[in-house]
Design a protein around this ligand. Structure first.
Ligand code: HPA
Length: 238
């Protein structure tokens, strides 16, 4: 396939940086570009899935929305990896806590992602129900967090296909049986695509709600708290 792809509108190679940060919300991508990037250029607006490239501390980086769920991040991350020369994608998202060891606004670095999703099986015939991030990216992100004095909680996450789960006891089962401490809806597919294309991916998450304590954050609080996670990921610019 040539560029532009069906879902990313830019036809010039090199407009997307080697490293792309992917929040779920395209407006958060715009917030990051407006707040942290210099000379930001918008490279995508198909379906409103905004993407920007600019510089952070003088180094090039892109940021683009992934949308919600594995089919959505699956499409965008695959096209970035396969057709736009992207080497590294770092998801920067929100998650729900499955344990009271995690507080609202804690920042998580995913050590791996468990899922019931058929994404990896359909994509590349993989029977694995756990997908891994790049150890190299995780090591770098840990180093940046340390330099910025931001505490990172390293744990396995659950990439869930269903936000409005109607089954009693479901999250406790996933937590206790599979060791997941938090839930989101994208990383398993992102990691599967990185594996399938020979590229690298990682995931930082900020706790936005707790399935245990039922505490939630407001949209405004989230915007502020999430800047910690963004600052760690932005250090990946090169
Ligand atoms: N479930 C799934 N994804 C999420 C959640 C949740 O509770 N919170 C933030 N992302």
């Amino acid at each position: 396939m040539n560029i532009p792809t069906p879902h990313i509108g830019v036809s010039q190679q090199g407009i997307v940086a080697k490293t792309v940060l992917m929040p779920g919300d395209p407006l958060r991508a715009k917030f990051i570009a407006d707040t942290f990037l210099e000379d930001a250029v918008q490279f995508n607006n198909i379906r409103g899935m905004l993407g920007f490239t600019g510089t952070y501390k003088g180094k090039k980086i892109s940021v683009m929305g992934s949308g919600m769920g594995m089919p959505s991040i699956g499409i965008y991350s695959f096209e970035l990896f396969q057709f736009y020369g992207v080497e590294n994608i770092i998801r920067i998202g929100s998650c729900g806590a499955y344990t009271d060891e995690l507080e609202l606004y804690d920042v998580i670095l995913a050590t791996d992602a468990y899922s019931e999703s058929a994404y990896a099986k359909v994509q590349s015939g993989s029977e694995d129900d756990v997908m891994l991030p790049s150890p190299e990216l995780n090591e770098k992100l840990e180093g940046f967090a340390k330099e910025l004095e931001i505490e990172l909680h390293k744990c396995r996450i659950h990439s869930n296909d269903v936000f409005y789960n109607g089954q009693e006891g479901y999250f406790e089962m996933v937590r206790d049986k599979h060791g997941c401490k938090a839930v989101e809806m994208e990383s398993f597919a992102l990691f599967a695509n990185a594996k399938a294309t020979g590229k690298k991916a990682a995931c930082l998450l900020t706790v936005s709600d707790s399935l245990v304590t039922h505490k939630v954050t407001t949209a405004e609080e989230r915007q502020n708290a999430f800047t910690e996670m963004m600052k760690i990921a932005l250090e990946m610019a090169e």
